[in-house]
Design a protein around this ligand. Structure first.
Ligand SMILES: [Fe+2]
Ligand SMILES: [Fe+2]
Length: 477
């Protein structure tokens, strides 16, 4: 409890007036929450009782959500690692430092795998006596092209210098080297000659099977994404069947539902999107989403991360969807675990990495052999995230914020990697990691059609936490 004069001073300092009823409710609050509470009141001349009640409710929900943040545990579902402390200016220096940190981490992974320290590139370039030496370097691929004799030439940088690396056509690693996308960090072995390295092999920071200890938990988790509520093409019938099924006896062991982004279609996501919207108001899109979430049995814990259609910052990592939109979902499911994108969560001892998957576009564009997009190549593209130990390994195709930590780096190996975004499902495994893309509940849009992509509509992926077995449930008809 706080003195009336002090409370009034705080209110007036913010340029507000307050009604007597609101003031008496405000006086009942603890002193240390007053500032936070006032922050939650929208700008207006007079604070009324209802404004204060709304702010108190928002505060209660926020506390509830924070209980789910790292350190807090709800049932056996916990947050292991999520982006926090987001917000940098995006200066060139920040980008340089960001890429440097990524490089240092991946270099340490590769050095450990090779058991020897790589030679700094500058040591090679400054020496006249090393011609003909067998060398090992670790560097980031800055540029890659095919020469007239079909050799592959990469420009590879480390923190000390930059060197051309040649993979001769016909060499054992030529074909594999052709697939390495730019920005990859690789270890390269070869012969140093006249300022270049003639490579004979390379290694990626790929995850190792032995790093993954067996894990299990009870129950099943349903993985879905890309519902696009509000779009004309949202397949409401299929989603309705899915929600009905969740309430049925057949889904009794489904304890968790993960929504991997693009729950709503949003507004203004791309030019002329309004022509493809049935609901042009994003708040109403969330209200439609809440009408479905409300029907899902209360003992199913729901995890939700944003994608590129959510009304939240587009640069990855993306923060949690703001309260003003989330509120209608929280009203029907106060225990909703709304998290940033990406998020590493644990169910029992199973680690599940949830990432919307916007980087898949760049992977499909830059890695030869992945086109066309179909279930097998979606798995293959996701495998490249694991091989390169980064969720968005190719820089510059979609906005990435150079945060103080690289939250997209795969430093802790997950048991399951779940993405969406590409609207084509795929289920596979790479070195013991399950990879799942959960497709979509949106029918083919004219844009997707123009890309020649055959979308997978109305499938939910059921992951059995006891043995990490996967079952695909079809709700399309
Ligand atoms: Fe989507
Ligand atoms: Fe998306």
């Amino acid at each position: 409890m706080t003195g009336q004069a002090e409370v009034l001073r705080k209110v007036v300092a913010r340029g507000y007036n307050i009604s007597p009823e609101a003031l008496s409710l405000l006086l009942e609050q603890e002193n240390d929450v007053l500032e936070d509470l006032l922050d939650l009141i929208p700008d207006k001349a007079v604070i009324e009782l209802q404004d204060l009640r709304d702010a108190l409710e928002r505060m209660r929900r926020r506390a509830q959500r924070e209980a789910h943040l790292p350190g807090g545990e709800v049932d056996s579902l916990k947050v292991i690692r999520i982006p926090t402390n987001l917000g940098v200016k995006g200066t060139p220096d920040e980008f340089v430092e960001f890429m440097r940190k990524r490089f240092r981490f991946l270099k340490s992974v590769l050095a450990k795998k090779n058991g020897v320290d790589p030679i700094p590139i500058s040591n090679l370039l400054n020496s006249t006596s090393r011609d003909g030496d067998r060398v090992l370097i670790v560097g980031m691929v800055l540029e890659k092209r095919v020469l007239r004799d079909f050799s592959i030439r990469m420009q590879v940088d480390d923190e000390t210098g930059s060197i051309p690396v040649i993979f001769k056509k016909g060499g054992r690693y030529w074909e594999k080297a052709d697939r390495i996308p730019v920005d990859s960090v690789v270890a390269i072995r070869g012969t140093f000659r006249r300022g270049r390295i003639y490579a004979d092999s390379f290694r990626l920071p790929d995850i190792n099977g032995e790093l993954i200890e067996p894990a299990s938990a009870s129950g099943k988790v349903a993985l879905i994404s890309d519902i696009h509520m509000g779009s004309k093409y949202f397949n409401q019938e299929a989603f309705d069947r899915f929600v009905r099924w969740l309430g049925s006896d057949g889904a009794r062991d489904v304890r968790y539902l993960v929504i991997c982004g693009d729950l709503v279609d949003g507004v203004g996501v791309y030019p002329s999107q309004e022509d493809e919207l049935k609901i042009a108001d994003v708040y109403k899109q969330f209200r439609l989403a809440s009408s479905f979430l409300e029907r899902i049995p209360k003992d199913v814990r729901v995890v939700y991360i944003p994608g590129n259609h959510e009304p939240v910052r587009q640069a990855e990592p993306q923060p949690v969807v703001p309260d003003e939109y989330l509120n209608s979902l929280l009203e029907v499911r106060p225990d909703l675990m709304a998290l940033p994108n990406p998020a590493l969560v644990g169910i029992g001892d199973v680690r599940l990495m949830i990432y919307h998957g916007r980087s898949l576009n760049a992977l499909f564009k830059h890695i030869p052999g992945l086109q066309p997009i179909r279930p097998e190549t979606v798995v293959e593209a996701m495998t490249w995230m694991l091989r390169l130990r980064h969720l968005a390994p190719i820089y510059g195709e979609h906005p990435i914020s150079p945060e103080r930590e690289d939250w997209l780096l795969l430093d802790q190996v997950p048991h399951v990697l779940h993405t969406g975004h590409i609207h084509v499902y795929g289920v596979g495994e790479h070195n013991g990691v399950k990879v799942v893309n959960s497709g979509t509940f949106e029918n083919e849009t004219p844009y997707i059609k123009s890309l020649g992509i055959e979308v997978t509509v109305g499938k939910a992926i059921l992951l059995d936490l006891r043995n990490l077995g996967v079952e695909v449930k079809d709700f399309s008809s």
